[in-house]
Design a protein around this ligand. Sequence first.
Ligand SMILES: Nc1ncnc2c1ncn2[C@@H]1O[C@H](COP(=O)(O)OP(=O)(O)OP(=O)(O)O)[C@@H](O)[C@H]1O
Length: 664
Amino acid sequence: MSDADSRRLLTQDQHELQMVRIGQGNGTSSDNPSVDTTPKLSKRNSSERSLPLRSYSKWSPTEQGATLVWRDLCVYTNVGSARGMKRIINNSTGAVQPGSLMALMGASGSGKTTLMSTLAYRQQGGTVVQGDILINGRRVGPFMHRISGYVYQDDLFIGALTVLEHLNFMANLRLDRRVSSEERRLIIRELLERTGLLSASNTRIGCGDDEKVLSGGERKRLAFAVELLNNPVILFCDEPTTGLDSYSAQQLVATLHELAQKGTTILCTIHQPSSQLFDNFNNVMLLADGRVAFTGSPQHALSFFADHGYYCPEAYNPADFLIGVLATDPGYEQASQRSAQHLCDQFAVSSAAKQRDMLVNLEIHMAQSGNFPYDTELDSFRGVAWYRRFYVVWLRATLTLLRDPTVQWMRFLQKMAMAFIIGACFAGTTELTQLGVQAVQGTIFIMISENTYHPMYSVLNIFPQGFPLFMRETRSGLYSTAQYYVANILAMLPGMIIEPLLFVVICYWITGLRATLYAFGITAICVVLVMNVATACGCFFSTAFNSVPLAMAYLVPLDYIIMITSGIFIKISSLPVAFYWTQFLSWMLYANEAMTIAQWSGVQNITCFGESADLPCFHTGQDVLDKYSFSESNLYRNLLAILGIYFGFHLLGYYFLWRRARKI
Ligand SMILES: Nc1ncnc2c1ncn2[C@@H]1O[C@H](COP(=O)(O)OP(=O)(O)OP(=O)(O)O)[C@@H](O)[C@H]1O
C-alpha cells in the first residue's frame, strides 16, 4: 500500500483514545504538590527518575533535572514592513521531562527550528514571542545559555583549528573559572572518548577544500562535544542526523538516548528517521504549519492517527508515515492542509492533550504559587573573567591568521616583492635634481598607495566571513562584541607593523631616499600608520555592509576621493569649495605631507636644469614644500591626524558590528 493510499484510509470505527502519559516511565505521582516528595534526581542516575515533578523547596535543574513546559506559545517573525508579522508557531503547548528524548517532527517548514530555538531562548532577532515557557517553573531567560546546550543544524567552526584546540578554546570560554586546567584537560579527554573523536583530536577541522578535514559525522560529533562541555541539563539538537550515514546517525541517537537515560532532557528536531532510529525516542511532538498535531509516545501517535483514519501500513517506517500524513502533497495543497489542520483540531480536544495540559498547568501553577529563591544555583557559577575571555578570543584570532596563508603569508610575500620592484624602478633616480624631486615624490606616493589599497581591500572579508560564528557565540554569551572586535584588530596588529616596516626598509634603501635616521624614521612611522589606517577603513566597511561586493561598491568612490586629495594630483588650496572637506579624511594627504617634509626639510642644494634659466626650478627643499602647499610645522599634526582617523574608523567599525549583532 502506498503512502498516499494509507493517508486516505478513513477509520471504520473510532477507537477511544488511550490516556497518553507525557514522559514515558515517569509517573506523575505527586498528587499533593505541597510536599517535597521528589527524590534528588542525580542527573546521572536514571534509576532515580521515577518521580518527574521537581521539589518545591528550591529551583535546581542540576539536581532535579529540567522539566521544560510551554503553553499557548505563538512566535511571529517580521517579514518586512509591507507584509508585517507572520505567525510561525501557532498556540503550541507541550512538555518535556528529565530523562526523556523527544523528537520534534513535521514536514519541512512546519516550524520545528523556530519552536526549538524559541524554547531554548535562542530565537532569531526580530521575532516576537507570546506565551509561557518555563524550566522547572521558572520563565526562560539568558540563564538558558548556561544550563542548556544547542546543537545547530549547520556546524560553524574555524577551519584552521584542530579538534583539540577548538575544544580547549570552548572549555576556556564556557567552564566555570574555578575548573583547574588539569580538570579541564580531563573533561576534554572524556568528551573526546565519548564522542569517538580521540583519534582525530589533532586533525584540523578544515573548511572543505583543505586536504585533511573532519568528515561530516566527525564535525557533528565535535559540535556535540562542545555542547556537552558544561554538562547541560537540557539539550536541544536541530536535525543532528542530517547528512550522516545511517550508521553514524544510529550511533549519534544512541548517544543521545544514553544521555537522556542519565537524566538529561533532550529535544531534537529530526527529518525522516529510520524505524530503528525512531525507536530510541520515547516522546514525539508532531507539527503541522506551526500547530501541534500530536504529542506523546510514538506508539500513541500511530494509534491516534489510526483513530482518525490514517493507518500506518505494516512494514512501513512509522516516522515517514507520520510526517507524510502532515505534509502538503503537491497538487493537493488545500486538501492536505485541511486534513493536517483537522488532525491538529482533533488533537487539541483529545485526552492526550488534556494529560499534557495537566502537567503544563501544574508547572505553571507551581511557578505562580511557589516561593523559593531561583538564583541560588545559577549564582554559584563563576564565569570566566573578561580579560581571560579576551585573551582566548585574541589567541584564536591570531592562530587563525597565522594558519591562513591567504590572509597573512601571501600578503606578506607579495608586499616584499613589491618593495623590491618599486625599489628597483626608482633606484638611482632620487638625486637632488629637478628630475630627482619628481622621483622622490613619486616614490612617496607609490609607498603610500601600496600600503593603502591592498591592505584595505584584503580585510573586507574578515568580519562578514566570521559573522555567523560570531553571532552564535556572542548570543551564547561567550564574549562581547567589543572583545571580539578588539581581539581581531589586535591579532592583525603585529602583521600590520612588521609588514610595512620590512617594506620600508627594503624600498627606502634601494631607491636611495634621504639617508638620515630622521627621514627614515618619519617615513617608516608614516607607512606603518598608513597601512593601519587603511586596514581600519577596510574593517569599517566590512562591518557596515553585509557582503564584500557591496562594501567594495562604496569603498571605490572613497578611494578616489582620498587619492585625489593626496596632494599629488591637485594643489589642496585649489580644491573646489564643495570638496574642501574631503582633505580632512585623506590619510594619503597627511602621510604625503609628513613624508615630503622628512625628505625636503632643510635641503638647500637642489640642482637646476642646466639648459635654460627660464625653466621653473626648485632650489631648496622649501621650494618643493611650497609647490605642494605643505608646511614644515604640520609634521606632527599630520601624524596625529592619521592616528585620529585610525581610531575613528575603528570606532565606526565597532559600532556597525554591534548594531548588526543587535539586529539579528
Ligand atoms: N526570519 C524569517 N522570516 C520569514 N519567514 C521565516 C523566518 N524564519 C522562519 N520562517 C518561515 O517559518 C516557517 C518555519 O520555519 P522553520 O525553519 O522553523 O521550519 P522547519 O520545520 O525547521 O523547516 P526545515 O525542516 O526545512 O528546517 C517556514 O515557512 C519559514 O520560511
